[in-house]
Structures are given as C-alpha cells and as structure tokens.
Design a protein around this ligand. Sequence first.
Ligand code: ADP
Ligand code: MG
Length: 244
Amino acid sequence: MSEKILEVRGLYKSFGDLQVLQNINFSVQQNEVVCLIGASGSGKSTLLRCLNFLEIMDSGEVILQGKQVNPNKDRLNKIRQNIGMVFQQFNLFPHKTVIENVTEAPIHIKKVKKKQAEEDGEALLRKVGLREKAYEYPSRLSGGQQQRVAIARALAMKPEVMLFDEPTSALDPELVGEVLQTIKTLAKEGMTMVVVTHEMGFAREVADRVVYMHEGKIVEEGSPLEIFEDPKEERTKLFLRSML
Ligand code: ADP
Ligand code: MG
C-alpha cells in the first residue's frame, strides 16, 4: 500500500479576522503528484506554507513520514530539509553563482563536503539542463533558467517531498514550457510533489490527484479525469469554466 509522506489534519489558519483555511485535511503519498487548483485568494499558498511551518497554523497537526511534527520541540530546519519548496519568485542568491546557490544548503546545513556537494550539484544541474551555467550568476539567466536552478537547489537537500507554489506564474509565456517539462521529468522519476498551478493542461497530464480549493476549504478532489471531465460540485464546474 502507498504510504503517506506528508499529511495535515484539521488545519485552521486565520490572519486577524480573516479565516483563510478551514478544517483542511490533506495528504500526499509516496511517489504521488498532487495538483492544487483554485482561484487566487483561496488559500493555496497558505496551505503549502503551513505544511513546512513558514506559517504558524492556529490549529491542526502535520504528520511527516508517520511522525507528528511538534514545531516547538522539533528542529524546523530538519523538517524543512525533508520538504523542498519552490516559489513563484525564484529567490536565488544574486551574489552567488548557480553552483554556489545549489550547494549552499548542503554544505552549510547538511555539512556535506564541498567537493561532494559540487559533484552532486553539477549532476542536478545536468538534470535540469543547466550544467553549462554552473559558474554564471543568476542575473545572466532567463527566468525559466533561474526557476530551474531554484528546483535544482531544492532537490540538493534530497527532500522526501517537493512543494511548488505556482512555479511558472512569474514567467514569460515562452518560458513556461521548459519549467513544466522539468517538473514532469521529476514526476516520471517518482518524486513526490504538491504543485499549485493554474496550468490546467499540466495538471490534467501530470497529476495523480487534483485537489480543488475554494475560500479556504477543499471542495472536491479526485483523479484528473474525475475533476476535469466529471466534476461533482457546482463550485468546481464554475471554476473550471472560468479557466477556459
Ligand atoms: P492563494 O495562494 O490561493 O492565492 P493565499 O494563501 O495567498 O491564496 O491567500 C489566502 C488569503 O489569505 C487571501 O485573502 C490573502 O489576502 C490572505 N493572506 C495571505 N497571506 C496573508 C498575510 N501574511 N497576512 C494577511 N493576509 C494574508
Ligand atoms: Mg498563492
């Protein structure tokens, strides 16, 4: 049976008076690709951020590889090593080369030897098609290339699961494809992933499961076929129509 890598139960989160997430129960299994869809403001980013404790939830529990995370006791750095995250804005270190961006965390957080980290980093850059850019600075790369470096950087920590928050939303249209292709390759290799995306074609093709959120709640989830061809909820139908 498939094993749940990451799970959240009974998650509530508000910002002041604004209830942003209400009783979210969500999990991702080993090797599963979950696409999270929903209108802007529905709480997708906040959900991802709660999963790796970039936001503190009001209530609820996160279970990582079968163990409940206690944010007061467990070292969050350790937790985050297991949960890679890629943001809409790539957030590379501008004053570091590509390879330095990729090896920074393994060297300083995981205490991997520099030479080993560089070998691993070069292999990851090869995987995302950027081996030849290892010694460039980020400003010399296109947005699509920078995002692929950000993906390599997250992978360098050998996470159990990768969270992508609209990884292509900040890109010019002609650069979206190369980043989606990189994520697709990871999916084929069995990487466990949660991908927040507005790219419905991508979700349909790559997701094992699609989760639709509206106003801080999960409205419906199912296989891409179920969600895109035969949605049950009126809300889901309205949303999908708005995405055409
Ligand atoms: P999505 O990613 O689906 O667009 P978000 O999770 O970013 O949605 O936001 C959900 C809601 O929470 C929105 O109404 C947003 O304005 C609000 N929100 C998000 N972050 C904060 C914050 N740090 N402070 C106050 N409100 C926030
Ligand atoms: Mg968002």
